[in-house]
Design a protein around this ligand. Structure first.
Ligand code: FES
Length: 574
């Protein structure tokens, strides 16, 4: 936060449209009766008439006993309400679907669109002049931004903020890059049962989202870059008092929206989306964020072209040195200057016309930061990498594209032609990957299929295929791996993701068999399946699509979900 919230003033919305509790009255065929009934029921909660005469700020409360990343929601809601009340509006908090990454089967991604649909419906149906959306864990922020973009209610995003790293035997630990690093070492036999149990106690010791530049933090930085949250609030750690002041400030600003609304349609523009892509690349951010940003932009009719992503990637340096690709944690990034410092470094690459929730043009808000810690936010002349973290690949194996996080990959594997070792799905992977008799060498390409958005697996973060145990124990730390699923933003390795069309949609990935040759060329942005057309045609004739679930959310997903290059949104929600 680098500017004061607006002072209390007359919030009476302009014009003759209904506002406050009078918005969206229930359809009884008698609008006055509907409002009378609404007031009467609201009074049963103890509100005075003076309170009910105020503009209304809805507060999306995603607190849940299943969501450790949202443990501070009660405090954040209270602080937000304080800001709303002090600035003359009435705060009304309400629950929506809450998604915690490790708590959901088959994967939280399967429910992102459900959370977006729920949030959009409640933003649109309930009476409110503005909203504060409180999220944090990976899928909640994208869902809330998708909802706000579609409902087009003036809204401010507030994140729970990242957890703090914890000292452990001379180093620091935080979820979840260190989880993966130590688990890989445990699988390789270099970490004992006792030590891995001790680490389990120390990986996540405070409230908040994962402490590295994983999906949650990447999406928070993207939300700030898009302009949907006030400047310098993306990275404030969850447990700092500053986080509560950000909540109070968000409440105050949302109250001010009653008289001067700024709708998401004015904020989420093509230029703002391109700025967000630049920041994603400069962060060395999560691959998941590309899917989410595509879905958010899609809600405003803006298409992200993966070929354009490659152009941006080739002209955007990685400047942020945080785990999983670097060394720092989110608390270091915030102390180092956060998103404002990064935007300042990238200023000549950015569009300067987008506005944010404060109504300020990016060009006007770019001021030289008072302090930048160069250990975590590099100068343009000394980047972590001269090119962006993500690259899109195309070819006969991925006609609509695939993604590689080159900043987290092994450059020696960038140009690889090798034999495929194929796993038909997650069960096949689990059953065979550690089989001592598995026919595999470190030069093979591990291929997982049937794990995309349309598959029953629901596009989980399983793209970080484990190195087969016998190779891990021989010291192999990376291999080329590829799939139609996703990878945690906290993971690393030479891993091709989001292959589109996916296997379950009948993409070429469905036809790959063990022993086929595959060529990966990061230099040429190519991913080729080196199998002749006649062989592929014979395999295609024998291929069957997965069966459609009988009912419920799974059926809606199976009939509606789009591919990764379209953000995996539901077709009816675009
Ligand atoms: Fe919630 Fe990582 S599990 S942000």
């Amino acid at each position: 936060m680098d500017s004061a919230p607006p002072a209390p003033k007359d919030l009476t919305p302009k014009g003759s449209s209904p506002w406050g509790l009078a918005r969206n009255t229930a359809n009884y065929g008698d609008r006055d009766f509907a409002l009378y009934l609404r007031r009467s029921f609201a009074k049963s909660m103890g509100y005075s008439q003076a309170m009910l005469d105020r503009p209304v700020v809805g507060i999306v409360d995603t607190g849940s006993d299943y969501n450790n990343c949202h443990r501070t929601l009660p405090d954040l809601v209270e602080a937000t309400k304080r800001g709303v009340l002090a600035n003359g509006a009435l705060p009304l908090a309400f629950p929506t679907v809450s998604l915690c990454e490790p708590s959901l089967f088959p994967t939280s991604m399967h429910y992102r669109n459900l959370a977006a649909l729920d949030t959009e419906a409640m933003l649109s149906a309930q009476p409110m002049d503005a909203a504060v959306l409180i999220g944090g864990c990976d899928k909640t922020v994208p869902a809330q931004l998708m909802a706000a973009a579609s409902a087009d209610v003036p809204a401010i995003l507030l994140v729970t903020g990242p957890m703090l790293a914890t000292p452990f035997q001379g180093e620091r630990l935080s979820a979840c890059t260190d989880c993966r690093r130590y688990w890989a070492a445990y699988r390789a036999g270099t970490v004992s049962d006792e030590k891995i149990a001790g680490i389990e106690e120390r990986l996540a010791t405070t409230a908040g989202t994962c402490g590295v530049m994983g999906t949650a933090s990447t999406m928070a930085c993207i939300a700030e870059t898009l302009g949907m949250m006030p400047p310098n609030t993306a990275a404030i750690p969850a447990v700092l008092a500053e986080r509560l002041r950000a909540a109070e400030d968000a409440g105050a600003r949302a109250a001010a929206f009653a008289a001067n609304p700024i709708r998401p349609s004015r904020i989420i523009t093509e230029h703002a989306v391109e700025n967000a892509l630049r920041v994603l690349l400069a962060l060395g951010g999560s691959t998941n964020a590309l899917i989410h940003l595509t879905a958010i932009a899609g809600r405003r009719g803006i298409r992200i072209d993966l070929k354009r992503l490659n152009e941006l990637s080739d002209t955007t340096p990685v400047l942020v040195d945080l785990k999983p690709t670097g060394e720092g944690y989110m608390e270091d990034f915030h102390a180092a200057g956060g998103v404002p410092a990064l935007l300042w470094e990238l200023r000549d690459l950015l569009h300067l016309d987008p506005i944010d929730v404060t109504g300020t043009r990016l060009g006007d808000r770019l001021r030289e930061p008072a302090f930048v810690d160069r250990r975590y936010i590099r100068a343009r002349g000394e980047p972590v990498s001269p090119v962006g973290g993500l690259v899109a690949l195309f070819g006969s194996l991925a006609p609509r594209g695939a993604i590689l996080k080159r900043s987290a990959a092994t450059p020696a594997l960038f140009e690889t032609e090798a034999r495929a070792l194929v796993f038909d799905g997650l069960e096949d992977l689990a059953n065979r990957i550690d089989d001592p008799a598995l026919d595999v060498t470190e030069r093979d390409i591990l291929v997982l299929k049937n794990a995309g958005p349309l598959s029953p697996a629901g596009m989980p973060e399983a793209g970080y295929l484990p190195i087969p145990k016998k190779l891990a124990r021989a010291g192999i730390k990376d291999m080329v791996r590829m799939s139609d699923c996703r990878m945690s933003g906290t993971a690393f390795g030479t891993i091709v993701l989001h292959i589109a069309p996916e296997a379950a949609a009948g993409g070429p990935l469905a036809l790959v068999e063990t022993g086929d040759r595959i060529r990966l060329s990061v230099r040429d942005r190519r991913l080729e399946l080196l199998v002749d057309e006649n062989t592929l045609a014979a395999r295609r004739a024998a291929w069957h699509p997965p069966s459609i679930p009988a009912r419920g959310w799974d059926r809606i997903v199976a009939e509606q979900v789009l591919q990764a290059d379209e953000g995996c949104d539901l077709a009816v929600l675009r």
